[in-house]
Design a protein around this ligand. Structure first.
Ligand SMILES: *[C@@H]1O[C@H](CO)[C@@H](O)[C@H](O)[C@H]1NC(C)=O
Ligand SMILES: *[C@@H]1O[C@H](CO)[C@@H](O)[C@H](O)[C@H]1NC(C)=O
Ligand SMILES: *[C@@H]1O[C@H](CO)[C@@H](O)[C@H](O)[C@H]1NC(C)=O
Ligand SMILES: *[C@@H]1O[C@H](CO)[C@@H](O)[C@H](O)[C@H]1NC(C)=O
Ligand SMILES: *[C@@H]1O[C@H](CO)[C@@H](O)[C@H](O)[C@H]1NC(C)=O
Ligand SMILES: *[C@@H]1O[C@H](CO)[C@@H](O)[C@H](O)[C@H]1NC(C)=O
Ligand SMILES: *[C@@H]1O[C@H](CO)[C@@H](O)[C@H](O)[C@H]1NC(C)=O
Ligand SMILES: *[C@@H]1O[C@H](CO)[C@@H](O)[C@H](O)[C@H]1NC(C)=O
Ligand SMILES: *[C@@H]1O[C@H](CO)[C@@H](O)[C@H](O)[C@H]1NC(C)=O
Ligand SMILES: *[C@@H]1O[C@H](CO)[C@@H](O)[C@H](O)[C@H]1NC(C)=O
Length: 686
C-alpha cells in the first residue's frame, strides 16, 4: 500500500505540470492572463471559458446569443474565484473586486433589440434551469428572488418588463438574487462637468462597462461609457449601491461570467474584451487587440430597420380612408388608436411588420412538408403537426391557423407577440411564429404525453393510467397556470377556452395549459374586451352565453367544470342511455352531495384516493361553476383552497348553490332561462 503513495504523488505532479503547461500555452495564444483572481481577455479564443446554450467564440468575439429567438447563452471564467479574505496576498479583510468589459448588442433593428445581457457573479456556472427572454438566462419563475441563488448581476436590459419593475427599455440595473433591480438607471454617463449623456444599449456600437466593489465602503459602482480608443472611465459612476457582498456571494467559489437571452426579438450579444481583478482595479484592456472592426461589419450587415407602425398606419390605412371620407377615417382612427394603445406598452407590436421568428422553409422541413404522418390532431382552429426544428433539434408542436380576414390576422399576430412573453411551468410555451400567405404557424413546445382528455375519456372504462395523485397534481398545476394568467403576469390574460383537451401533459405528467388562440389580454384594472362568445359548450358560463363578455370569472367557471371532469371522468354533458335525458356534470355532482356522499360521483376506476381531497375538489368545482359570477371563487383563493392554505367557506352547502350570492337580476334571468343553469345550457347545445 505504502509503495503506491509516491507513485500517486508523481502522477499528481505530472498532471499538474501538464495542466500548467496547457494553461501556459493557452495564455500565450489568447493573450489572457490569470493569477490569484486576476485575468484579462483582450479578445477571446474560447480557452478558460465554460460556455453553454448559444454562447460561442468567433473571430475573437464572445458571442452570447447568435440571433435566434427565445434562447440563452452563458460564458463563465472556468475557474472558481476564491473570495476568501486571505486567498489573495495583501488584501483587506473582506473581498473587493473590479471588472471591466467591452460589449456590443446587434439587434434586428437599430432602435429595438431584446433582451440584453448581464455580467454575473454566481455560486454556480450551471444556470441550466434559467429562462430566456426577460429572465436574461439568469433565473426562472420559481427561484426569482430566492436568497439561496447567491447571485449578483449587472443587467444591461433592452426591454421594459413591468413584471420586474423595469424603468425603461434601455437601462442598467443591479440585481441581487432577483430580476427586480435594487438600483437602476437609464443607460448613460456623466462627464466631468456633471452633465448626463444618454447612451443607447441597442445602438450596435461597442461600449465599455466598469463594475467595482469596495468592501471597505461595501459599495458597488457601475459605470458605462462609449467605446473609444483609449477610453477613460468617467469619474462619476452611473449607479452606486451599498450592500455586503459576503452576505450575498459564497466565500470560496464564485464564478464570474456573462449571461444573455433573446425573446421574440432575435438579437446578437457580444463581449469583445474582459478583465477582472479580485485585489485592486481591473487591468485596462488593450483596445487595439479587440475585434472592433468585426463588430462594425456585423452592425452594417443587419438589414435596415423596418418602418415603424405610425408610418404604415398613415400610408396604408389613413390616406386611402381619408380620401373616401374624412368622417369615417376619424372614427376609424379613434378606434384604431384606442386599440393600439392597449398593447403599446409591450413595445413589440411593430413586429407584425418585421420578420417572423421562424421561416416557413424551416417549418416545412421540420414537419416533412406538413405530412399526415406528423399530424398530431385537428381542432377548431386548425391542424397541429409534430416537428423537429432544424437548427436546435428541438421537438415542437406546430399549429397551422388560417385567420378569416386580414384584420383577423393582424389581431392574431399582435396577440401572439404578447403571448410569446408568457412564461410559466404550467403553460405550453409559445416558441415563435411564422406568417405564410394567409396562414399563421404557431410553434409551441412539444408535449410528449398528449392532452388530458385522452386519459379521462378512454374507450376502456375499466382501467386508467391516471391515479388520483396525478390528477390532483394536474388540477393544482392548471390552477397555478391560471393564477399566473389572471393575477401574476403584467397584464390580465383571460384564457377563454379552458377544457381538458386544452390541457397538455409534459414528460413528467405536469399539466400545461395550451391554446391561447382565443385569449385576449388587457391591462390590469381595465375592462375586458367585449367580443363574440368564444369557448366550448359545457364550459361556458351562463353570463358569458348571455352577455358575451369573457372575464376571469368565466375562466373560473370553466375551470370548475374541468375539476369535476377530472375527478369524475365524465364529460360536462352527456345523455342518459336509459331514458335519453340530458345530464350536466355539475347536477350529477350536486345530486351526489345532496344524496349524502359527494364522493359517490368519483370516477369508479379510482381506488387510491383521499376522501378529503375528492371532497375538496368536487365542492370547489361546484363553487367555481356557480351560476352567479359573484359567488365564484377568485383565482388566488382557488389556489389557496387546493393547497389547503384556506378552508372552503363553511356556508357553502348544496342549497346555497341556487340561492345565496345570486342577485335579483341573475335570479330572474336564470328562471327565465331554465330551472337549472346547467341543464338550461343543453337547450343551446342540441
Ligand atoms: C480559498 O483560499 C483559502 C485561503 O487561502 C483556502 O483555504 C481555500 O481552500 C481556498 N478555496 C478554494 C476553493 O480554492
Ligand atoms: C504585500 O505587501 C508587502 C508589504 O507591504 C509587500 O512587500 C508585498 O510585495 C505585497 N505583496 C503583493 C503580492 O502585493
Ligand atoms: C429557495 O431555494 C431553496 C433551494 O433551492 C429552497 O429550498 C427554498 O424553498 C426556496 N425558498 C423559497 C421561498 O422559494
Ligand atoms: C435621455 O433619454 C430619456 C429617455 O429616453 C429622455 O427622457 C431624456 O430626455 C434623454 N436625455 C438626454 C440628455 O438626451
Ligand atoms: C464609487 O463611487 C463613489 C463616488 O460616487 C466613490 O466615492 C467610491 O470610491 C467609488 N467606489 C469604487 C469601489 O469605485
Ligand atoms: C480597505 O481598508 C484597509 C485598511 O484601512 C486598506 O488597507 C485597504 O487598502 C482598503 N481597501 C480598499 C479596496 O480600499
Ligand atoms: C457581511 O456579511 C458576512 C456574512 O453574512 C458577515 O460575517 C459580516 O459581518 C458582514 N459584514 C458587514 C460589514 O456587515
Ligand atoms: C495590444 O495589442 C496589439 C495587437 O494585438 C499588440 O501589438 C500590442 O503589443 C498590445 N499592447 C500591449 C501593451 O499589450
Ligand atoms: C409520459 O411521457 C414520458 C416521457 O415521454 C413517458 O416515459 C411516460 O411513460 C409517459 N406517461 C404516460 C402516462 O404516458
Ligand atoms: C338514467 O336514467 C335512469 C332512469 O331514469 C336512472 O335510473 C339512471 O340513474 C340514470 N343514469 C344516470 C347516469 O343518470
Amino acid at each position: 500500500m505504502n509503495m503506491n503513495r509516491p507513485f500517486f504523488l508523481h502522477l499528481q505532479y505530472l498532471l499538474l505540470i501538464l495542466v500548467l503547461l496547457q494553461l501556459f500555452i493557452s495564455l500565450a495564444v489568447v493573450g489572457a492572463s490569470a493569477d490569484g483572481g486576476e485575468f484579462t481577455f483582450n479578445g477571446f479564443s474560447g480557452n478558460d471559458l465554460t460556455m453553454d446554450g448559444e454562447a460561442s467564440v468567433t473571430n475573437g468575439l464572445l458571442e452570447l446569443t447568435s440571433g435566434r429567438a427565445q434562447l440563452k447563452g452563458h460564458a463563465f471564467y472556468t475557474f472558481p474565484l476564491n473570495f476568501t479574505s486571505d486567498a489573495v496576498p495583501n488584501r483587506s479583510s473582506i473581498p473587493s473586486f473590479s471588472t471591466t468589459f467591452v460589449f456590443a448588442i446587434i439587434g434586428q433593428y437599430d432602435d429595438l433589440s431584446g433582451h440584453g445581457l448581464a455580467f454575473v457573479l454566481s455560486s454556480t456556472k450551471e444556470l441550466f434551469t434559467a429562462l430566456p427572454a426577460q429572465f436574461l438566462g439568469l433565473l426562472n419563475t420559481w427561484n426569482n428572488g430566492n436568497a439561496s441563488n447567491r447571485l449578483l448581476a449587472i443587467e444591461l436590459d433592452t426591454i421594459q418588463n413591468s413584471e420586474f419593475g423595469d424603468i425603461d427599455d434601455n437601462h442598467i440595473g443591479i440585481d441581487i438574487n432577483s430580476l427586480e433591480s435594487l438600483e437602476s438607471h437609464t443607460t448613460g454617463y456623466y462627464t466631468s462637468d456633471g452633465e448626463f449623456h444618454n447612451l443607447s444599449l441597442v445602438s450596435r456600437k461597442p461600449m465599455q462597462v466598469w463594475v467595482d466593489y469596495d468592501s471597505n465602503q461595501s459599495m458597488l459602482n457601475v459605470t458605462i461609457a462609449p467605446y473609444f480608443l483609449s477610453s477613460t472611465k468617467p469619474s462619476r459612476p452611473l449607479l452606486s449601491y451599498i450592500f455586503n457582498s459576503s452576505a450575498v456571494l459564497p466565500n470560496t467559489a464564485v464564478y464570474a461570467g456573462f449571461s444573455s437571452a433573446t425573446g421574440t426579438l432575435n438579437s446578437k450579444h457580444y463581449v469583445l474584451g474582459w478583465s477582472f481583478n479580485l485585489n485592486g482595479e481591473a487591468a485596462a484592456l488593450n483596445y487595439s487587440a479587440l475585434s472592433v472592426e468585426t463588430i462594425q461589419e456585423l452592425a452594417q450587415q443587419v438589414p435596415a430597420p423596418a418602418p415603424r407602425n405610425h408610418k404604415i398606419l398613415i400610408c396604408k390605412v389613413l390616406l386611402p380612408i381619408a380620401a373616401i371620407s374624412i368622417l369615417v377615417s376619424a372614427a376609424l382612427v379613434k378606434v384604431y388608436v384606442k386599440r393600439r394603445l392597449q398593447v403599446r406598452r409591450t413595445k413589440v407590436e411593430w413586429q407584425e411588420y418585421g420578420p417572423p421568428s421562424f421561416t416557413y422553409k424551416n417549418l416545412l422541413a421540420a414537419t416533412n412538408g406538413f405530412s399526415d404522418k406528423m399530424l398530431l390532431g385537428r381542432g377548431g382552429f386548425g391542424s397541429v403537426y409534430k416537428g423537429v426544428l432544424p437548427i436546435s433539434k428541438h421537438m415542437a408542436a406546430i399549429k397551422r391557423v388560417s385567420p378569416e380576414s386580414r384584420q383577423g390576422m393582424k389581431e392574431f399576430v399582435a396577440e401572439i407577440i404578447i403571448l410569446g412573453h408568457l412564461r410559466h411551468r404550467n403553460l405550453v410555451q409559445l416558441l415563435g411564429y411564422c406568417r405564410h400567405k394567409q396562414q399563421l404557424l404557431l410553434v409551441y413546445d412539444y408535449m410528449p404525453n398528449g392532452s388530458l382528455d385522452s386519459y379521462l375519456h378512454t374507450q376502456d372504462h375499466r382501467t386508467t393510467n391516471l391515479c388520483w395523485a396525478q390528477r390532483f397534481h394536474i388540477i393544482k398545476g392548471i390552477a397555478s397556470g391560471l393564477f399566473y394568467l389572471h393575477e401574476d403576469w403584467e397584464q390580465v390574460v383571460i384564457h377563454r377556452d379552458i377544457k381538458t383537451s386544452n390541457v397538455l401533459l409534459d414528460g413528467e405528467m405536469n399539466a400545461r395549459l395550451g391554446d391561447f388562440g382565443l385569449a385576449r389580454s388587457h391591462d390590469h384594472g381595465a375592462d375586458a374586451h367585449t367580443t363574440h362568445v368564444a369557448g366550448t359548450w359545457g364550459y361556458i358560463a351562463p353570463e358569458l352565453a348571455r352577455l358575451e363578455k369573457a372575464t376571469k370569472a368565466t375562466d373560473i367557471f370553466a375551470f370548475g367544470v374541468l375539476m369535476m371532469e377530472v375527478t369524475c371522468a365524465r364529460r360536462p354533458f352527456w345523455v342518459n342511455n336509459t331514458d335519453g335525458e340530458p345530464l350536466a356534470l355539475a347536477d350529477w355532482v350536486l345530486a351526489a352531495w345532496q344524496g349524502g356522499s359527494i364522493t359517490d360521483a368519483v370516477d369508479p376506476r379510482l381506488d387510491d384516493y383521499v376522501d378529503e381531497e375528492i371532497e375538496l375538489v368536487l365542492k370547489l368545482g361546484l363553487l367555481c361553476s356557480h351560476p352567479s359570477p359573484n359567488a365564484r371563487s377568485f383565482t388566488r383563493l382557488v389556489m389557496q383552497y387546493l393547497q389547503r392554505d384556506a378552508p372552503l367557506p363553511s356556508d357553502f352547502q348544496p342549497n346555497s348553490l341556487m340561492i345565496n350570492g345570486v342577485g335579483q337580476d341573475e335570479m330572474h334571468d336564470q328562471r327565465a332561462m331554465s330551472e337549472s343553469q346547467w341543464t338550461g345550457l343543453i337547450a343551446l347545445l342540441v
